[in-house]
Design a binder for this molecule. Structure first.
Ligand code: SAM
Length: 222
């Protein structure tokens, strides 16, 4: 990793830690719309276990558990994951969810073909370079079983904050302390190489609003 990328990554981790500490449960207790959609896609694919990347304080991970999946939730913020574990205990579902502090720039700490489904809401569009995003999707491919499903969402170049704030190169812009990699459509297509690209759905979230794509892609069964 280049020194500047390393500094940005470390700064972002601190920023997320501070943000979760200052605003516990900041995304609320209800699941996101993409998680509700993903649960039905995962169920239709026969998935039983779900890996969530960038799970934060767990609004979606806990929803997947309530929907009957077993969940492994990861994030690089220990503070977010602590809030997730506290909520899991309060909801009496702690035995069906495990957490791991993990930076997605590192290889996933899971064996090959050990996961039925992967979910990542607004994680691939964090301060990751295009190369790091490709390496992450290669890792997701490695840990998913044949026929496994990956649902992710990203802010894209049609978002109002694209090109606003501090430019870090590689379509990464920092605004209000948060760095975002705004996805061009070509990147979505490139990441689906060797997968079946089932859907690219446009939607909006929040007051800004953030403009996102929800992408569903499946691994071949052979
Ligand atoms: C926009 S928030 C979304 C949180 C959660 N998916 C949700 O929608 O409630 C992005 C999350 O990604 C995490 N994150 C950012 N960069 C990361 C990295 N390199 N490795 C692991 N987690 C990261 C942040 O800590 C934060 O929890």
């Amino acid at each position: 990793m280049m020194e500047e990328e390393q500094d940005l990554a470390e700064g972002q981790r601190r920023h997320w830690q501070d943000t979760y500490a200052a605003h516990p449960g900041m995304y609320g207790g209800q699941p996101s719309a993409p998680a509700v959609h993903a649960a039905s896609v995962f169920r239709a694919a026969g998935a039983q276990n779900v890996l969530e990347l960038g799970a934060g304080h767990g609004r979606d991970a806990l929803y997947f558990v309530r929907e009957g999946f077993t969940v492994r939730a990861t994030d690089f913020s220990a503070t977010g994951l602590q809030q997730l574990r506290d909520a899991a205990r309060a909801q009496q579902v702690a035995e069906r969810i495990t957490t791991a502090e993990h930076d997605v720039r590192d290889p996933l700490p899971l064996p090959d073909a050990s996961v039925d489904a992967v979910f990542a809401h607004m994680l691939l569009c964090m301060a990751l370079s295009t190369k790091e995003i490709h390496a992450l999707v290669d890792e997701i491919r490695r840990v998913l079983r044949p026929g496994g499903v990956f649902v992710y969402t990203v802010r894209h170049t049609g978002d109002a904050h694209y090109s606003a704030g501090i430019a870090h190169g590689d379509d990464i812009y920092e605004h209000g302390g948060f760095a975002v990699h705004f996805f061009p459509r070509e990147l979505v297509d490139a990441l689906a190489h060797g997968w079946t690209l089932d859907e690219v759905h446009s939607f909006e979230e929040g007051d800004l609003p953030r403009r996102l794509w929800r992408v569903t892609q499946t691994l071949p069964r052979t």
